[in-house]
Design a protein around this ligand. Structure first.
Ligand code: HEM
Length: 383
């Protein structure tokens, strides 16, 4: 599965819309494979994200300390609504558009560092540092802590992650966030974490655990998926000469490419696990209340019932933007405008600064059942 998620999903999708499976931690769960069912379930309030609605013996997922667990992806309304309103303020499309000049400076300076090098890895040397840099800058994480992020996310999300490895990494991250929040409280800056601390301290709209959990979620969610989308969009551009020429002539086409790559690669293979609040019929199967349900975003996005020739990257598809890569409904990704902007700038920058960039060795994918992303994209920059 980790090595060929789309092949496995295609076989399952054709075999049936809903499958009884065994989750990575050995617990029983359901996997939903077709677009219509995944879309319906994503927006259905009868599916809870709150673990308290899970049956005993169900999927455990990451075992986070309570101070990191009080996050948006474990919550239903009304707590979710209150927290999302606070966090969402910083991620509106308008706010994100205002960030554009700052992001342009960051990406240009990364490109400056690459200039003059013959061979680079577009994941390690460009997409990852750009994604980490943006989210850390937004939140106000000091530059010296940024290199720890790749290590942490690999230790938690990698296919070879062990329970003990995850536990000790999470402890390390927790200590980091507690210290970071204390530093921001003592010395606030013009960043999102300082603003959230002010909101908490002003009228207790956020508990201390919610604040720490939100910082954790934003950094985690904001890094890995964004880096993967960016690397996927760069790969699509570099591999297809006709597409690359078309985008160089008309860079206004880059956002459509990013959207289509988001559909095609689905950086989050699965939505966050859900627990039905009552018995629910989906795709002709009755799923009992409290069971664990995985909605496969990646499978839905390549469902031939929804998209013609779904395995092809076709930026001019009329309905590309209706993909489910950022979820749907009340848990729709708050970072979607930021992720789109980062990927757009990454592609534009490489096209303009390194028009002759060519892949010189095979790529490799991260071996994961949760996320889809390149681990290497080796290119020669040309002149
Ligand atoms: C390509 C990049 C990204 C992808 C594919 C992605 C994907 C997703 C998906 C699928 C969900 C919904 C989960 C569900 O309902 O099961 C989600 C939610 C969320 N994402 Fe993203 N995300 C990306 C980038 C970001 C960024 C850059 C941030 C923050 C800076 C972010 C923050 C969040 C948060 C906070 C939620 C929870 C929203 C809520 O519960 O109300 N994401 N994301």
């Amino acid at each position: 599965m980790a090595h060929d998620p789309h092949g496995v999903f295609a076989r399952m999708r054709e075999a049936g819309p809903v499958h009884a499976i065994v989750a990575p931690d050995g617990s029983p769960a359901w996997l939903v494979t077709r677009y219509a069912d995944v879309q319906a379930a994503l927006g259905d309030p009868r599916f809870s994200l709150d673990k308290r609605h899970a049956k005993p013996g169900g999927y455990k997922g990451f075992e986070l300390p309570p101070a990191l667990d009080a996050n948006l992806l474990n919550m239903d309304p009304p707590d979710h609504t209150r927290l999302r309103r606070l966090a969402g303020q910083a991620f509106t499309p308008r706010h994100t558009a205002d960030l554009r000049p700052r992001l342009e400076r960051t990406v240009e300076s990364l490109a400056d560092d690459l200039a003059g090098r013959e061979r680079i890895d577009l994941v390690k040397d460009f997409a990852s540092p750009f994604a980490v840099g943006v989210i850390c800058e937004l939140l106000g994480v000091p530059a010296e802590s940024r290199s720890d992020f790749r290590t942490w996310t690999n230790a938690v999300l990698g296919a070879d992650a062990t329970r003990e490895g995850i536990r000790s990494t999470v402890r390390e991250m927790y200590a980091f966030f507690v210290a970071l929040l204390a530093a921001k409280r003592a010395d606030p800056g013009p960043d999102l974490l300082s603003a959230l601390i002010a909101a908490r301290d002003a009228d207790d709209r956020l508990s201390e655990d919610e604040l720490t959990s939100l910082a954790f979620l934003l950094l985690f969610a904001g890094y890995e998926n964004s880096a993967n989308l960016m690397a996927g969009a760069l790969y699509a551009t570099i591999e297809d000469q006709a597409l690359r020429d078309a985008l160089r002539d008309d860079p206004a086409g880059v956002p459509a490419l990013v959207e289509e790559v988001a559909r095609h690669m689905s950086p989050a293979l699965l939505a966050i696990r859900r627990f039905p609040l009552q018995d629910i019929e989906l795709g002709g199967v009755t799923i009992p209340a409290g069971d664990t349900v995985f909605l496969s975003i990646a499978s839905a996005n390549r469902d031939p019932r929804r998209y013609a020739r779904p395995d092809r990257i076709q930026p001019d598809r009329p309905d590309a933007a209706r993909h489910l890569s950022f979820g749907q409904g009340i848990h729709y990704c708050i970072g979607a405008p930021l992720a789109r902007l980062e990927a757009e700038l990454a592609v534009r920058t490489i096209l303009t600064r390194f028009p002759k960039a060519r892949r010189h060795a095979p790529i490799s994918w991260q071996p994961s059942v949760r996320v889809r992303g390149l681990s290497t994209l080796p290119v020669e920059l040309g002149d």
